[in-house]
Design a protein around this ligand. Structure first.
Ligand code: AMP
Length: 544
């Protein structure tokens, strides 16, 4: 067969094109950042683009070459944004590191990625002083601040000042053109099983992910939005928002490290934020603040909630009490991260509200660019009937093929095994029932810990809940409910267990309740069930 080549321009999908577009077509649109010091910094996309070019020049002067990794330990802010573009745009690799990890994990990740430069925020100076000597590959440490913020004394060798580096350049460079499959960024998985693994994104995967993220059935953001990513820029690139925002040319608002309910609420109101995204725990803090002070939003219209299961009661509160549309999303570091989002189809619009909410509480439908399936232990595809659960596998333009520095591929039969267990219904709505390592198997039957947690947080006295599997002499395993009560609220074990009655089959109701002052969380805000399982491994059931 004689194929006819397409006759379109060949333009590689490069990250630099996103910020060039924002600067040319929305150049005066603002980027507002709450700095570590607490003040607000304001500038525009065109200034961000110019300073990204200056940073690119400065990094070349420091000796950085194509493919070199530049690490960041930083909160959401304009300088971090400049590093995103100033590195990738010039062929370097932006490696965001989570400052909330243990110092040994941070050094392990920095050494594994062989970062040559490490840029960090002012309040992380003590952390970097602690780890600097162990970061064997880092040649330059850069403090993200001005001359007046540089410490008089530090143990960090040759500490550089970010503002001085940027100010010394003239921006007289043109973003280079290269292969769109070149690596652009690295994020490490949280490493709850074994060492963390680096997912290496490409320019192509990142730009395609941005298109998908902005689409109406995904985040649905446009140039009129004011977007505040609560999700950190070190958690899978703030779910792609810094790229998608440039693509649509919207105003961006960065909260810095100030993620408590009061600070967030004040920033949402002052900057008239319309769209946000984050894990369920941050919304708990914001809602508690708003409920305590009887506050309302004046501009906030929609938020994406993901990274961990969003309890249906949180969707009800945000939608019914605050008029904020909630889009429940599922994704992973290995998926850049977006995989599915929950939005109704046309045929669901006439359904009663409760039925619509049941659908919206699921993790949702695959967006174009991602395909998914559930399989049994033998790898056989399972039906989409909403009740059979299996191992969730995905394929797509922004799914990892291999991990950084690890030989062999994690793929099975061309599919990436997510480690999640899920159902998919006839409408294509996927629902996560568990991480495969968190499943509860009682008397040969699966019980979804997420379903039990979602019900528990619907109880008026419960602030947070986690259900874990604990060995049981008769049933093999049984669910144990651990809860944190709301401040000033009270509830007994019997009341909480009775709350399940009639909502799920009796045999799925947890056998016991443990009241805790707080739940252990990972550095990205997920409940650490491993820790809970270890703590309650020998739990004595109060009733058989
Ligand atoms: P990470 O790569 O650290 O973002 O973690 C990805 C994992 O978080 C997924 O494999 C899921 O286990 C979990 N996760 C992400 N989003 C959701 C969600 N909406 N509901 C339940 N679990 C989720």
């Amino acid at each position: 067969m004689n194929s006819l080549p397409g006759q379109m321009m060949q333009m590689p999908l490069l990250i630099s094109s996103l910020i060039t577009h924002a600067a040319r077509h929305s150049g005066d649109t603002e980027i507002v950042s709450k700095r570590v010091e607490g003040d607000l910094h304001r500038y525009t996309w065109s200034e961000a683009e110019l300073r990204s070019r200056k940073l690119a020049q400065a990094l070349v002067k420091l000796g950085c070459q194509t493919g070199d990794r530049v690490g960041t330990l930083a909160w959401n802010g304009y300088r971090h944004l400049e590093i995103y573009y100033g590195t990738s745009g010039n062929g370097l690799i932006c490696h965001t590191v989570n400052p909330r990890l243990f110092p040994q994990q941070i050094t392990w990740i920095i050494n594994d990625a062989a970062d040559r430069v490490l840029c960090f925020d002012l309040n992380l100076l003590p952390l970097v002083e602690k780890i600097a000597a162990d970061c064997k590959t880092v040649e330059h440490f850069v403090l993200l601040g001005g001359r007046s913020q540089m410490p008089a004394q530090t143990t960090i060798p040759n500490l550089l000042c970010y503002e001085e580096l940027v100010e010394a350049e003239n921006g007289d460079m043109v973003w280079p053109t290269f292969d769109e499959n070149t690596a652009s960024g690295i994020c490490y998985t949280s490493g709850t099983t074994g060492d963390p693994k680096g997912a290496v994104y490409s320019h192509r995967s990142t730009v395609l992910h941005s298109y998908a993220a902005a689409m109406p059935d995904a985040m649905n953001i446009n140039s009129r939005d004011v977007v505040l990513p609560v999700v950190p820029m070190f958690h899978v690139n703030a779910w792609g928002i810094p790229y998608a925002a440039a693509m649509v040319g919207c105003k961006l608002v960065f909260p810095g490290p100030h993620l408590d309910g009061k600070s967030l609420y004040e920033l949402f109101e002052a900057e008239q934020v319309t769209f946000s995204a984050g894990v369920p725990t941050v919304w708990l803090g914001l809602l508690t603040h708003m409920q305590t002070h009887r506050l309302k939003f004046s501009s906030f219209r929609c938020t994406v909630i993901g990274g961990a299961a969003c309890p249906p009661s949180m969707i009800d509160t945000l939608e019914d009490d605050y008029g904020v549309e909630v889009v429940h999303a599922w994704g992973m570091t290995e998926l850049s991260p977006l995989g599915t989002l929950s939005r109704l189809r046309a045929k669901h619009l006439g359904l009663p509200k409760e039925d619509q909410r049941r659908l919206l509480a699921k993790q949702g439908k695959a967006i174009f660019g991602i395909d998914m399936r559930i399989v049994d232990g033998a790898g056989t595809a399972l039906p989409w009937d909403g009740s059979v659960s299996g191992d969730l596998q995905v394929q797509g333009h922004w799914v990892v093929n291999t991990y950084f520095g690890i030989s062999g591929s994690p793929l099975q039969d061309g599919w990436f095994p997510t480690g999640d267990v899920a159902t998919i219904d006839a409408n294509g709505f996927m629902q996560i029932t568990d991480r495969s390592k968190d499943v509860i198997k009682s008397g040969g039957e699966w019980i979804s810990s997420i379903a039990l947690e979602n019900l528990a947080v619907g109880h008026p006295a419960v602030h947070q809940a986690a259900v874990i599997s604990v060995a049981h002499p008769q049933w093999g395993e049984r669910p144990l409910l651990t809860v944190v009560l709301k401040p000033g609220a009270s509830a007994t074990r019997e009341e909480l267990l009775a709350f399940y009655a009639g909502k799920i089959p009796n045999w799925q109701i947890p056998n016991d309740v443990i009241f805790l002052p707080e739940l252990p969380h990972t550095a990205t805000g997920k409940i650490q069930k491993l820790k809970l399982r270890e703590a309650f491994r020998n739990h004595q059931w109060s009733q058989p």
